[in-house]
Design a protein around this ligand. Structure first.
Ligand code: GLU
Length: 480
């Protein structure tokens, strides 16, 4: 049974890069009916913050990426926060020392730095030269006496390592060039990332590690360390980088696009997830729109590519728009209302907004755009075309409209037809000269959704106010 984990460090919110890692792990677990685990890698006490952990969990839940084991849920391998697992790491570090696979290293950080500089100077590989392995007892005693606290280093014995990456295929590492004995416990006694990741992946029974390409250089270390501790390493798959829209490296600005900001702009969680899935995965045909359940069925690791992908905001908007169209009118209204209320963007009376919302379903790609479409409901808008509103022919239309409104009896979409039928014989304006002033009087804008649909939803009370306002008699709508 597949067991995968998402292992964020709570030093910031979820952003494009790490949320994709979370999504792919989640989708893999769903597809294979496995277990998705959330593990919080909070051993960097200076940079980790509880509010980031809370934020990450909230964003994951919002996206629909609920976890089967982890903080708040529990599970057989709790605790799932690394800061609460120190004793466990300690135990495994000690075991490695006892078995001669790791050792106390009294080389100081200053010496390591100087060795690095020298290596650069002589064009030698930047790897640590393992000098601490062979210190004599006397040397060690001297250093202890000088108050030097040791790190613990894991011994690298096999210089060649080959692995099969689930995404990149066969990868070979020459460890002689890359790494020397590496630190698994710092001089202050805390375990390093390598140690905590390996111990937890092993103890939590992780079968597949899907993570960013930036971790690829760590993987040979992790394989050796796991084997050193007597565990079978999981399968690894490394996701390629996400680039900017033009293929440039994802800039700080774009890298910082957090799930939070997408939420604030009013993307649908499933629209966003669909888009993120396409950053690296493709179904093997031209299909792009996947409902949430479909995505969970369709996803497979075999179709995750190893070339980098480009984050394209226009494509995200388009795809999210497609997901909006998949909603029924009432689903759209509920979700849009929830968004407008949460973001305090509700303009006008709630009942009226609810009636009008479905009319705009085709006009927006994400909910924040509703704001500019719905501003007329509050009544403080400026007309796009004041000249048109002020023309005598237009004023004649508005006067006629006010006269006709009380006579209307039809319900629903029929209301508009009845209105038009009654107004036509009373005014000179025809065609565009009739419809355009009506449109601008109602919404302030020359473009917008189908007038017929909108008109019927506005209701005669609101319509009356609109025409009065257009005639300059709309004291109700002036700011006082
Ligand atoms: N905590 C690591 C990170 O946020 C992830 C480690 C891993 O996936 O192995 O980059």
């Amino acid at each position: 049974m597949i067991r995968v984990r998402f292992a964020p460090s709570p030093t910031g919110f979820l952003h494009l890069g790490n949320v994709r890692t979370a999504l792919f792990n989640f989708l893999l677990a769903k597809k294979e009916r496995g277990t998705f685990i959330l593990r919080i890698e909070d051993t960097d006490l200076e940079r980790s913050r509880p509010e980031f952990q809370e934020g990450i969990m909230e964003d994951l839940r919002w996206l629909g990426l609920g976890w089967d084991e982890g903080p708040g849920v529990g599970g057989p391998f709790a605790p799932y926060e690394q800061s609460k697992r120190s004793a466990i790491y300690q135990k495994y570090t000690q075991k490695l020392i006892d078995e001669g696979k790791a050792y106390y290293c009294y080389v100081t950080p200053e010496e390591t730095e100087a060795a690095k500089k020298e290596a650069v100077l002589h064009h030698r590989p930047l790897r640590f030269d393992n000098r601490g392995r062979d210190f004599s007892t006397k040397e060690i005693d001297d250093r202890k006496a000088r108050g030097i606290k040791p790190t613990v280093r894991f011994k690298i014995e096999n210089p060649e390592l080959k692995m099969h990456d689930l995404i990149r295929g066969d990868v070979a590492f020459n460890l002689d060039d890359m790494v020397g004995d590496f630190i698994i416990q710092r001089a202050d006694g805390t375990p390093t990332f390598h140690m905590t990741v390996c111990v937890d992946d092993a103890l939590m029974g992780i079968t597949h590690v899907i993570r960013g390409e930036d971790h690829l250089p760590n993987t040979p270390k992790h394989i050796l360390l796991l084997e050193g501790m007597g565990f079978k390493p999981p399968a690894y798959g490394h996701l390629s980088l996400i680039h900017g829209p033009g293929g440039e490296p994802l800039s700080k600005r774009l890298a910082a696009v957090s799930v939070r900001e997408f939420r604030k702009k009013g993307y649908l969680p499933h629209g966003l997830a669909n888009y993120i899935a396409l950053l690296g995965w493709a179904p093997g045909n031209d299909r792009e729109i996947f409902r949430w359940e479909e995505l969970q069925q369709a996803f497979s690791l075999e179709h995750v590519g190893k070339s980098s992908s480009n984050f394209d905001p226009d494509k995200l908007n388009w795809l999210n728009g497609q997901h909006l169209r998949l909603l029924s009118d009432s689903e759209f209204t509920e979700q849009a209302m929830a968004y407008l209320l949460r973001e305090e963007k509700l303009l006008g009376e709630e009942a009226l907004v609810r009636r009008v919302l479905p009319v705009f379903k085709e006009s927006v790609e994400y909910f924040e755009q509703l704001e500019e479409h719905l501003d007329f409901l509050e009544g403080y808008f400026e007309y796009d075309n004041q000249v048109l509103i002020s023309r005598p022919e237009s004023r004649e239309v508005f006067e006629a409209a006010l006269a006709v409104l009380p006579e209307l009896t039809a319900q629903g979409d029929g209301l508009y037809q009845e209105f038009i039928d009654k107004i036509k014989p009373r005014v000179k304006a025809k065609g565009k000269d009739l419809f355009m002033p009506l449109r601008v009087a109602l919404t302030g804008k020359e473009h917008g959704p189908e007038l017929k649909k909108l008109f019927s939803q506005l209701g005669t009370t609101f319509l009356k106010k609109c025409f009065e306002r257009a005639l300059g008699r709309g004291t109700l709508y002036e700011r006082n």
